[in-house]
Design a protein. Sequence first.
Length: 398
Amino acid sequence: MGEDASPDAPDIVTEKQCKKCNQTVISALVKCVTCSVCYHKSCAKILNERKKIFNILSENEMECVHHNNASSSHFTSDNKSHQNSSYEDTESLLDLKNIKVEDAVRNIVAEALAPLLQEIKYLREEVRNLKVSNVDLVRMLKNAPNNGNSKTSTWNKNNFLDAPTNKNSVPDRGFSNQLREPSISNYFYSNASEKIIPISSQYNEQEVGNKTSEKFTTNHDSSTSFPTSFSLVLNKEKQTSRREEHIPKPTKKDDPGKTYSLSSLNEKPQEDFQTVISKKNKRKFIRGRAEASPNSGLRAVQRKAYVYVGNLMLDTEEKDLTNFLKSKFPNREFLIEALSKRDNAKSISFKVTLDQEIFNECLKEDLWPSGIIVKKFYFLKKETATAHQTSSATMSVT
């Protein structure tokens, strides 16, 4: 076996044809030492896992099973062509061809079934939407009272569930019914999952008459015309993407007004709706803007604002900051208070009390020298001071 492998070594890097996939093999092949049949390494591994048709001798060598069962004396160079032709008729080759045929048939069937499965899914969705959209229509007609017309007895309500040819039309069954309570005529009917929407603008009292009964006007054609006070929402897109709307509830004079969903309403809906208008809060105060005359005797207290001024040199005094502010804002009063600093502090800060009118002007960048920090001053919370007093009192007692 070792002597046969050495002359076949140059064939490993030459171009061969894989017996399984019929593709050219340049490298990484496995070759039979007897009949010189070549496979890809991956193809040989797959075939050997399905049905063991050869024995792996080394990384690049293998021996077919039907050669291994025969005598070694018959594997000579004179009868290699005869053995190679007989290998075509073996059961292993038939298994390879069957595997290829099965894979090809499976792919063809999958491609042919894909559009059919998609069409079945679409038709099921259409049937489901039609069932949901006609629930209110079926309930309305089944619950409608009979007016004693002889034509009504010939109509079977169970047959009404038959799907019409056009979803926007209803087949004529030769029936004549009365309207339900007139208060419900102010609403659209949508599918069961949606709410009822008011259409009071389409409600006409003259057409309804005494608001207690009205007959359906039927055309003995392919469709039935509905009264103007009823409209069915049968559009599938509106059923799926439509958001639930809210209806303004009729309110009293002292009620600020709220919005509510019709599903939460226990009382009968009203025929007319009032538009909710936002009202001004009467408790809100106003602030005068007129300039007071000297003789009026009325003057408002000046509102104060507080500003933090920091990152100043340690030798800065309160009078220096006061002189600077008065030069910028003449005829204004300022109260300057130095804030406490740490022992190793490199700067000093102040709290400035000024009029509210110049607060925004005082926070502008162009007013102050470079490097000085200016912001709104925030006082400490009272809870913090109370907590410190309580802790100090506790320490003194103990």
